[in-house]
Design a protein around this ligand. Structure first.
Ligand SMILES: [Cu+2]
Length: 210
């Protein structure tokens, strides 16, 4: 009985850490993995929980259990963006962050320089919506965050920017074994995060393996 319960909980844990979560800026609503394949992760309408976000020099942080994924960030300057067309102009996606690939699972802090993207309507005080697009092998997944851009804010004070890659694993016990048994696997992981730094331009890599 106890085994059954823990196996059930492990199953929940595995499904919850698959897909991806947007840790910063805060998404429109509570994470719902079943809705994540939908526009804005199922949260269609604009919210009032806007994050004041740097016009330049910001970042976004995602966490995923998918080793091997592509991520990008769309931006909408529409007041109430509630469909994909609101994130494009003349059929061309408005990308605030170009799609990039990462080989590892883990937590990634990815620089986001919104002012550099050349998107019309992006300025100090503008209300915009960020839509993170993520593909980790089980279809496109989405999370949205409603923002107010600020030229004065250079570093988000309410969020930390750190990265941690993890080796892919199906159970917690085998993950612990693989991470403590050899130093070479950590070295490989570190190289992987160096590759991520190249692709994402990640600010500061802190490999924190449990
Ligand atoms: Cu998934």
């Amino acid at each position: 009985m106890r085994f059954t319960t823990s196996a059930f909980l492990l199953g929940l844990f595995a499904s919850a850490t698959a897909h991806f979560t947007l840790l910063y800026p805060l998404p429109r609503g509570d994470f719902d993995e079943d809705l994540e394949p939908n526009f804005c992760g199922g949260y269609t309408e604009v919210t009032t929980n806007r994050t004041t976000f740097p016009l330049s020099g910001g970042f976004f942080t995602i966490k995923t259990g998918h080793a091997g994924f592509t991520v990008g960030a769309l931006l909408s300057t529409v007041a109430d963006p509630n469909n994909f067309d609101n994130f494009s102009v003349n059929g061309v996606d408005q990308l605030a962050y170009q799609y990039a690939e990462e080989a590892s699972a883990g937590t990634f802090c990815i620089p986001l320089n919104i002012s550099a993207a050349g998107i019309s309507g992006v300025k100090d005080g503008a209300n915009v919506t960020l839509q993170i697009v993520f593909a980790g092998g089980d279809g496109n997944l989405y999370q949205c965050a409603d923002l107010t851009l600020s030229a004065n804010l250079t570093t988000p004070s309410d969020a930390t920017c750190s990265n941690a890659t993890v080796t892919a694993s199906t159970t917690a016990s085998s993950a612990a074994a693989s991470e403590t048994s050899t130093t070479t696997s950590v070295g490989v992981t570190h190289q992987a995060s160096a590759a991520a730094a190249f692709l994402f331009g990640i600010v500061g890599v802190a490999v924190a393996l449990l």
